[in-house]
Ligand binder design. Structure first.
Ligand code: NAD
Length: 263
C-alpha cells in the first residue's frame, strides 16, 4: 500500500501521546501521503503532541477544547486560512469523570452524564458542522466508538451511553451530509491501553480476557486501527457512510467477561 491519501489534507483531533488511537491513524495517513493538522484538548498535552506532530510535518497544531464553540471556530478558521479546503477529519475524543467509570451505572450523576455526553458525543456534531463548509469536494469524517455502545460492559457506564449517542449521530450526520458527498463513519475498536482507557475500572482484566477469548486470540493493536481507518479516509471507502465497523479481532461476537475486578 502506498499513496492512498496522496494530495489529501486531514485534521486529526484527540492526539494525547504516542499510544493514542489518533496517533495510530495519523501515522497510517501520513504513510499514505496525507498532509495533516492536529488538535489536542488540554494545554498540558502540548509538550507531548508537538514532537509527534513534527514527526509527520504537521501544518497546524492547535489547542481545541471541544466543550468550547469558540475553540472549534478558531481551529477551523486556522485550517481554512492554511489550506482553504479539507478532505478528512478524525474525531478521537472522549471523556468521563473517573468516578463515573466504576461501580454501577445507576450512580451516574447529572453533571457527570452531561459532561460525558457533551465531550464524547455532542462534540462530533459541532466539529462536523464546522468542517462541512470546508469539504467542498466531498470529504470523510471518522470517529471512534466501543462495544459498550451496544452491550452493557462492566464499568463502561455513562461512556457506553455516550458512545450509543455518538453512533446514532454518525447515522444522522451521514444522512444530512451524504448529498454533499461527505461521508461519516466510525470504527468500534477493541480495547487498547491508552490514557483514556486507563481511567476505566477493571480495564486490565478486560484486556487480558480479550486477548484470550477474541476470535483472533490477541489484543487489538493501535496499528490495525490505523490501517482500518484508511478504508474510510480514502476512496476505497467511497461507497460507505453511516457505518460503524468493528475493528476488534471479533471480540464483539463472543460476549464479555462475567466479572471484572477493580484494578
Ligand atoms: P487518548 O487518551 O489517547 O485520547 C482521548 C483524547 O480525548 C485525548 O487526546 C484527550 O485530550 C481528548 N479529550 C478529552 N476531553 C477533551 C476535550 N474537552 N476537548 C478536546 N479533546 C478532549 O485515548 P484513546 O483511547 O486513543 O481515545 C481516542 C478515542 O478512541 C476515544 O473516543 C475513545 O473512546 C476511543 N476508543 C478507545 C478504545 C481503547 O480501548 N483505547 C477503544 C475503543 C474506542
Amino acid at each position: 500500500m502506498s499513496g492512498l491519501l496522496e494530495g489529501r489534507r486531514g485534521l486529526i483531533m484527540g492526539l494525547a501521546n504516542e499510544r493514542s488511537l489518533a496517533w495510530a491513524i495519523a501515522r497510517a495517513a501520513h504513510r499514505e501521503g496525507a498532509e495533516l493538522a492536529f488538535s489536542y484538548g488540554l494545554p498540558a498535552l502540548e509538550k507531548r503532541v508537538q514532537p509527534l506532530a513534527d514527526q509527520v510535518d504537521a501544518a497546524i497544531v492547535r489547542l481545541c477544547d471541544v466543550q468550547s464553540d469558540e475553540d472549534i471556530e478558531r481551529l477551523f478558521a486556522e485550517v481554512e486560512g492554511a489550506w482553504g479546503t479539507l478532505d478528512f477529519v478524525v474525531h478521537a475524543i472522549a471523556f468521563a469523570n473517573r468516578d463515573e467509570l466504576k461501580g454501577p451505572y445507576l450512580d451516574t450523576s447529572r453533571e457527570g452524564f452531561r459532561l460525558a455526553l457533551d465531550i464524547s458525543a455532542y462534540s462530533l456534531v459541532a466539529v462536523v458542522r464546522a468542517a462541512a463548509p470546508l469539504m467542498t469536494g466531498g470529504g470523510s469524517i471518522l470517529t471512534l466508538s466501543y462495544l459498550g455502545a451496544e452491550r452493557t460492559l462492566p464499568h463502561y457506564n455513562v461512556m457506553g451511553v455516550a458512545k450509543a449517542a455518538l453512533e446514532a449521530s454518525v447515522r444522522y450526520l451521514a444522512a444530512d451530509l451524504g448529498p454533499q458527498g461527505i461521508r461519516v463513519n466510525g470504527i468500534s475498536a477493541g480495547p487498547v491501553r491508552t490514557l483514556a482507557s486507563a481511567g476505566i475500572g477493571g480495564f486490565r482484566t478486560v484486556l487480558d480476557w480479550y486477548a484470550e477469548n477474541a476470535p483472533l486470540r490477541r489484543a487489538t493493536t493501535q496499528g490495525e486501527v490505523g490501517d482500518a481507518a484508511l478504508l474510510f479516509l480514502s476512496d476505497w471507502g467511497r461507497g460507505i457512510t453511516g457505518e460503524v465497523l468493528y475493528v476488534d479481532g471479533g471480540y464483539h461476537i463472543v460476549g464479555v467477561p462475567p466479572t471484572v475486578r477493580e484494578d
